[in-house]
Design a protein around this ligand. Structure first.
Ligand SMILES: [Zn+2]
Ligand SMILES: [Zn+2]
Length: 542
C-alpha cells in the first residue's frame, strides 16, 4: 500500500511547546506503523517561514525575516530529532523549490479560471505605511462592547465582517486606522461547495469527529471565496501582473508544502497521487478547515484528489489544568523538555494522554508518576527482570524451550487488535492494549516464579523465560511506533534488526550481554521543582 502522511507545518516565529507536540506525534506513530507493515510511506512536514508574525518580529529585532525563520526552523529540526520523528522530508516554505511550486499552482489556478481579481477597501495604517491583517487591528466588539481584534471577539465568540469592529486601531502603533483600495486575487471556493460536500461525505468515516463537525459547520454556512494574495512584501511573490509588493497568503503557501516536499521525493506528483492508496493529515483542531476544505479544493483543481483521506485532528492539551498560552509563557517548551527528559518518556506520556477525542492535560505530577509506574514499573520492569534473570541464573544463555501456547495466542490476538485500533485512528487505544499485555506478562512472571522453578524444575523455568522473551520481542516490535528508542534497544539485544508487523517466533540471539535499565526513574522531587520553574517562567514572559 502507498501511504502519504502530512504533519502540520509549525510556524517559525517562536518555540514549539508540548501542546504542538501532542498534535504532531500521531503522524510519526502512523508513519512508523505503516512502514513496519511493509507499506511504502512518504511522511513530510516542514517549517512555515512566511507571514505577518515573523515579519513583525524581524522588524522589532531589526533583522531580516529570514533570520527569525531560520532560528526557529533549526530549533524545530533539533526538537524533532531529539524526539525521534521519522520525517522523510522536513522542508521549509522559504526554499526556492517550494516557492516555485506555489507560483506554478497559482498560475494553474489562474489558467483554469479558479481565480478572479477584485479591488476592495482594506484596513490601512498611514503611520506604519501598511495594510493591516485582522490580527493587527484592535477595537471594540459591536455585540458585547468588549475589546476585540480584526474579525472576531474572544469574549463572546462573534465573528464579524471587516468594518464592523468599532473604533479600529493599529495594534503596532495604536493610531486610528483608515481604509485604502487594493487589488487581490480570490480563490472561488464557493464554486467548489458541492465538490467539498461530496468529498466530506465520502471520507468522513475516516476523519476524527471534530473534523466532521467543524467542516459541516462551514459547509452549512456556505463556502466563501478567499483572497490568496495579501499586502505584505515578505512571502512568495505573486506570479501575476499587477501584484507588485504583494505575496501569496500563508494559508495557500503552507498547505502546498505537502505537495512541494512530496514532489522533491517522487518527481511526478500526478503519477504519485494516482497510485496513492491513502493519505493522512495530522494537526491540531485549529487547522481543520485548511485540511478538509482548502487543501482538498486546491488538490481537486490541480487534479490530485482520488485517495482515501484520513484527518487526524487533535483536541487541545492543557497544562496543569490551564490553557497553554504562549503570550503568558504558560507552556513547556520543547528545547527544555527534550534536554531534560528521555524522548520515549515524553512520547509515552503524550501518546497515552493524547487529546484524541477530548482535551487532555499534562501535569508534572502525572508525567513523573506515569513514567515511573508505567514505562519503568511495567514495561521496563518486564524487560529488566527477564534479561537480568538470564544473565544471573542462566549464564547469559537464552533458553530455547517451547513457548507457552496461551501467551502465543494472546500475542497473535494483540497484533490483530492493534491493527484494528490503528484502522480507527485509536492510537491511544492501541498503546493501552499493548500495555495491558505488558502488565499481564508481569503477572505471568510473578505466578510462574522462575526463581523457585530453576531449582526444582529447570524445564518449567526455561519455558517461563522463553515465553517472556518471545513476548518481549513482540511487544517491543508492537511498541516501536510509539517508543522507537527503547524498542530498538530491546530488539537489538535479541538480535532482531529488521522490524516488521509479523509475529516474531524465533529469537536470533544466543546469549545476552549485561543490559542497562531501559528507562531512568524520575526523582519525585522533580515534581515540585518543575512546578516552581513553570510559575517562575510566567513572570518572565516574553
Ligand atoms: Zn464580543
Ligand atoms: Zn500603525
Amino acid at each position: 500500500m502507498n501511504v502519504f502522511i502530512g504533519g502540520a507545518w509549525p510556524y517559525a516565529n517562536g518555540s514549539l511547546h508540548i501542546g504542538h507536540l501532542a498534535g504532531l506525534l500521531p503522524g510519526d506513530v502512523l508513519a512508523r506503523y505503516h512502514r513496519n507493515k511493509g507499506d511504502c510511506v512518504l511522511y513530510v512536514s516542514g517549517s512555515d517561514c512566511h507571514g505577518t508574525p515573523i515579519s513583525l518580529r524581524a522588524k522589532q529585532e531589526n533583522v531580516e525575516a529570514k533570520e527569525i525563520a531560520s532560528r526557529y526552523h533549526e530549533e524545530f529540526v533539533q526538537a524533532f530529532e531529539a524526539l525521534n520523528f521519522s520525517y522523510d522530508v522536513y522542508g521549509r516554505t522559504d526554499k526556492d523549490s517550494h516557492k516555485d511550486f506555489v507560483k506554478k499552482v497559482v498560475l494553474d489556478l489562474e489558467e483554469t479560471g479558479a481565480l478572479y481579481h477584485k479591488e476592495s477597501e482594506e484596513t490601512y495604517c498611514e503611520a506604519c505605511e501598511q495594510f493591516l491583517p485582522d490580527r493587527l487591528v484592535e477595537g471594540i466588539c459591536p455585540v458585547c462592547q468588549k475589546s476585540a481584534r480584526g474579525d472576531q471577539c474572544d469574549h463572546c465568540g462573534e465573528i464579524f465582517d471587516d468594518g464592523d469592529l468599532l473604533e479600529p486601531r493599529c495594534k503596532i502603533c495604536q493610531n486610528k486606522t483608515s481604509k485604502k483600495k487594493t487589488k487581490h486575487a480570490y480563490f472561488a471556493l464557493s464554486n467548489l461547495q458541492e465538490y467539498i460536500e461530496e468529498f466530506t461525505n465520502e471520507h468522513k468515516d475516516r476523519w476524527r469527529i471534530n473534523a466532521v463537525n467543524n467542516t459541516s459547520r462551514y459547509l452549512k454556512e456556505g463556502l466563501k471565496d478567499r483572497a490568496i494574495t495579501r499586502d505584505l512584501a515578505y512571502g512568495v511573490k505573486v506570479p501575476l501582473e499587477g501584484y507588485q509588493g504583494k505575496s501569496i497568503y500563508v494559508w495557500v503557501d503552507a498547505v502546498l508544502g505537502y505537495l512541494s516536499t512530496a514532489q522533491e521525493q517522487v518527481g511526478d506528483l500526478t503519477k504519485y497521487f494516482s497510485k496513492l492508496d491513502r493519505e493522512y493529515y495530522v494537526h491540531g483542531k485549529d487547522n481543520i478547515p485548511f485540511h478538509t476544505i482548502i487543501f482538498p479544493a486546491l488538490k481537486e483543481v490541480i487534479g490530485l484528489s482520488k485517495q482515501e483521506n484520513y484527518i487526524v485532528s487533535s483536541e487541545y492539551l492543557t497544562l496543569e489544568g490551564r490553557k497553554i498560552s504562549t503570550s503568558s509563557n504558560w507552556a513547556i517548551w520543547l528545547p527544555y523538555i527534550t534536554a531534560n527528559y528521555q524522548s520515549d518518556a515524553i512520547r509515552y506520556f503524550l501518546l497515552t494522554n493524547n487529546p484524541e477525542k477530548r482535551d487532555a492535560d499534562f501535569s508534572w505530577r502525572e508525567f513523573v508518576y506515569s513514567t515511573n509506574a508505567e514505562l519503568l514499573g511495567a514495561w521496563g520492569n518486564l524487560v529488566n527482570r527477564t534479561f537480568k534473570f538470564i544473565s544471573k541464573h542462566n549464564d547469559h544463555i537464552l533458553p530455547k524451550t517451547e513457548v507457552k501456547l496461551e501467551i502465543v495466542t494472546r500475542v497473535q490476538g494483540l497484533y490483530k487488535e492493534v491493527e484494528q485500533r490503528f484502522e480507527h485512528l485509536e492510537l491511544k487505544g492501541a498503546l493501552d492494549s499493548i500495555f495491558e499485555q505488558v502488565r499481564a506478562l508481569n503477572k505471568f512472571f510473578d505466578e510462574e516464579t522462575p526463581w523457585i522453578a530453576k531449582k526444582e524444575d529447570k524445564d518449567a523455568c526455561d519455558q517461563t523465560i522463553s515465553t517472556c522473551l518471545y513476548a518481549i520481542a513482540n511487544l517491543a516490535q508492537l511498541l516501536e511506533p510509539f517508543l522507537p528508542d527503547s524498542s530498538r534497544k530491546v530488539l537489538d539485544h535479541l538480535g532482531i534488526h529488521d522490524i516488521s508487523y509479523q509475529e516474531i517466533t524465533k529469537i536470533p540471539a544466543k546469549t545476552l550481554d549485561n543490559v542497562d535499565a531501559l528507562f531512568s526513574r524520575i526523582d519525585v522531587k522533580k515534581i515540585e521543582q518543575e512546578e516552581a520553574i513553570l510559575k517562575e517562567q510566567q513572570s518572565l514572559r516574553t
